[in-house]
Design a binder for this molecule. Sequence first.
Ligand code: GDP
Ligand code: CA
Length: 327
Amino acid sequence: MLAGGVGGARFVRGVREAVRRATDAPLANAAIDVIVNTGDDWWLAGLRIAPDHDSLLYTLSGQNDEVRGWGRVGETERVAAELQAHGVTPEWFTLGDLDLGTHIARTAWLRSGLTPSEVSSRLQARWPLGVTLHPATDDEVDTYVVTTDGDRMHFQEWWTRHRAALPAARFEQDGIDDASPSPGALAALEAADIVLVAPSNPVVSIGTILSIPGMRDAVLGAGSGAAPVVGVSPIIAGAAVRGMADACLTAIGVETDAAEVARHYGPRSAGGLLDAWLVGVEDEPLVAGLRADGVAATAVPLWMRDLDTSAALAAAALAAGLEHPRA
Ligand code: GDP
Ligand code: CA
């Protein structure tokens, strides 16, 4: 699976549940590997923060604050208040005390020479998830936003401080040309039977993963070329379900529409990525056009309201993969 943070975590939780509920091969006991977006990662207060990784880590280990939607349940912010009083962290980005423990551990391990993948393995050893997370790359490729006014800022400042309200002209990924997919991501793709593209942000989550040199080819060649790629739309009835994906799509000239996002990824038959694509039942009228374009589109309930709806969506995505094997 390719996944970003919050949308990714909900979907991965659904896939894990769908596999747990499956009684027959090939899904029963299937291994689930998640290639995690690293484009939101950044340095703050001398610490390496990996927001999408940790959203997955906390959600899948049952420690997510379900009310707030992100961070750790039972979180306190005593250290955060000190850091803000010192002026070390901005007032628009709060690092909870428990969360800081993760960032300090991550940074300590990085400083001792471990790769981000090895750091991720240590965190998952403490909190077994029932899936395996792989940072998409072990190289440091942070995302910057250039606004239409010509300002350039780290993605986190644009996203969290400005709530994506400053029109973006483009996204820049420092160091991307020299980056490569992590060994775990490549091994997972090579072993894959089905590749699922989570309903994550198509630009700054999935787009960032795919822009790592070698990643797109690895996805298309997954399972020695036999694994179908099934995507799930993060757009329902012309709107981003949660979050601000529309601001990112607008910046790259893609309409906020479930069919246009599929065309942006592209049908495999036309040099794109997708074999199959799930849209919401609200978007059923888009299915015929997508099929004409060469994408096996299906309309299913796309809202992940709870574990059951997430698992049903995941089961539909897995079924689409099983129904559309590649030669
Ligand atoms: P982030 O890294 O935390 O921004 O999260 P992701 O990149 O994983 O996903 C963000 C996207 O998930 C949003 O743009 C939403 O459109 C999408 N999303 C969130 N909840 C749902 C849901 O219940 N169903 C679907 N289909 N998409 C969702
Ligand atoms: Ca993210």
